[in-house]
Design a protein around this ligand. Structure first.
Ligand code: AMP
Length: 437
């Protein structure tokens, strides 16, 4: 299938062409016509599947045909869980909408509110926002939704993990009842389905990524090691393997800062990115990492959400996540766009429960490799997968839930390897696009 047959205008096809995309990804093939038909859409898709263009392109198409927004009004609202993702999504809106007379802006916390109030004053076609700042702006009467046509909830699962449910409910309460709703989530847990029922009506359901499977193009293994040796082992691995761009996941903000200091002392340039950093620090850290100015970025799960760096070769789990689904999200940062990625986990004896949860979730034992000089004194027992693997809550007994190498995952990887993927590196913060003529 080509983009030409999806019902998009010449202007949008031109922008797509400029990005070098030759064919739509599976999510785009399904989501674009569904959104254009005016139906609500509920889509299960992880980052890396092309989901952003999957909803951005058709909403640009729809909005290009309607009336302009009045002062303080918004025609499409995209809610995202993190500032980084918000900025990235708005960058996509600007990129794909370049040839259309639509304007967009992004608002999130951690930066001054007044410039955002100013940008909203003349009305915007597409507003990308994180929930907290959006509520502040609404309470200050800086934004109104009488003209709202489309509401998009991106990464709904992460929204719930981050405790945004009350904020989402507040936002829903001030949106007009008649609107088109699109909801995207990497996984569809019972909680997400419950939330979906309060938002969407008779949706087209789309699924391109079987739940809780790990990307096939990622090689994964673990190094059992004692906790106190982890940072020395990480430094050793970086030097030994000459890793030049490594995304490292830590569990706590302080842990990330400490690790960054330890690596820097050893001459390995690194930055931390987490919720205690100001937005400017986060933006700068990400830019430096993307440009290759720093070798290592140490991040918490929340901060790393939405980071899209093409061909990120190496992901390291310095700590295993408490929530096993986060493991799947983390390793999804590598092996993107068809390139082979590596995901390594440093696992100490106190993380045996987390390891077991992950191995049950992905239904495989991770390969173990001991590194000379770093063999642990405290054993990491091998997970027993012989026991009946518990069915994920609410899951039907379908082949998608049983197998890792499912057909639809292969489709995604085929798409990734065949298509040039243009990176989202040129992230831009805030700012309306050039105003209408
Ligand atoms: P997303 O899942 O929206 O985060 O997108 C992942 C990456 O895929 C981004 O870098 C996009 O620029 C890229 N991408 C989106 N659609 C296509 C396509 N049809 N062909 C190739 N790359 C794409």
């Amino acid at each position: 299938m080509s983009f030409d047959s999806l019902g998009l205008s010449e202007q949008l096809l031109k922008s797509i062409n400029k990005q070098g995309y030759t064919k739509p990804s599976p999510i785009q093939e399904q989501a674009i016509p569904a959104v254009l038909s005016g139906r609500d859409v509920m889509a299960a898709a992880q980052t890396g599947t092309g989901k952003t263009a999957g909803f951005t392109l058709p909403i640009l198409e729809i909005l290009s045909k309607g009336p302009k927004p009045k002062n303080n009004q918004v025609r499409a609202l995209i809610l995202t869980p993190t500032r980084e993702l918000a900025a990235q999504v708005e960058h996509s809106v600007q990129t794909y909408g370049k040839n259309l007379e639509l304007n967009s802006t992004v608002v999130f916390g951690g930066v001054k509110i007044n410039p955002q109030i100013k940008r909203l004053h003349r009305g915007v076609d597409i507003l990308v926002a994180t929930p907290g700042r959006l509520l502040d702006l609404y309470n200050q009467k800086a934004v109104r939704f009488d003209q709202l046509e489309i509401f998009i909830l991106d990464e709904a699962d992460r929204m719930l993990d981050m405790g945004f449910i009350h904020d989402i409910r507040k936002v829903l309460a001030f949106l007009p009842k008649r609107r088109q709703n699109l909801m995207f989530s990497a996984t569809f847990s019972n909680d997400i389905r419950k939330l979906a029922k309060t938002i969407i009506n008779d949706p087209v359901e789309i699924s391109v990524s079987p739940r809780n499977t790990t990307v096939e193009s990622v090689k994964q293994w673990i190094h059992p090691v004692d906790k106190k040796e982890k940072s020395a082992l990480l430094a050793y691995l970086i030097e030994e393997n000459q890793w030049t761009q490594v995304l490292v996941f830590g569990r706590t903000k302080h842990g990330c800062d400490r690790l960054t200091r330890q690596l820097n002392t050893k001459g390995i340039t690194s930055v931390a990115i987490h919720g205690n950093k100001s937005q400017n620090q986060r933006t700068r850290a990400l830019a430096d990492f993307k440009k290759g100015k720093v070798q290592v970025m140490v991040a918490t799960d929340i901060a790393a959400r939405g980071i899209d760096i093409n061909q990120l070769p190496q992901v390291v789990n310095f700590d295993l996540p408490n929530v096993p689904e986060d493991y799947v999200h983390r390793i999804g940062r590598t092996g993107r766009a068809g390139s082979q990625g590596h995901a390594v986990s440093l696992v100490s004896a106190d993380e045996v429960k987390q390891l077991s949860d992950i191995e049950h979730l992905i239904k495989q034992l991770l390969k173990r490799t001991l590194i000379d000089g770093f063999e642990p004194d405290h054993d990491v027992p091998i997970t027993s997968l012989n026991k009946k693997i518990p069915k994920p809550k609410g899951a039907k007994n379908t082949s998608n839930n049983r197998t890792i190498k499912s057909k639809s995952n292969k489709n995604i990887n085929n798409w990734k390897s065949k298509n040039k993927s243009n990176d989202g590196n040129k992230k831009r913060q805030g700012g309306n696009r050039s105003p209408r003529k």
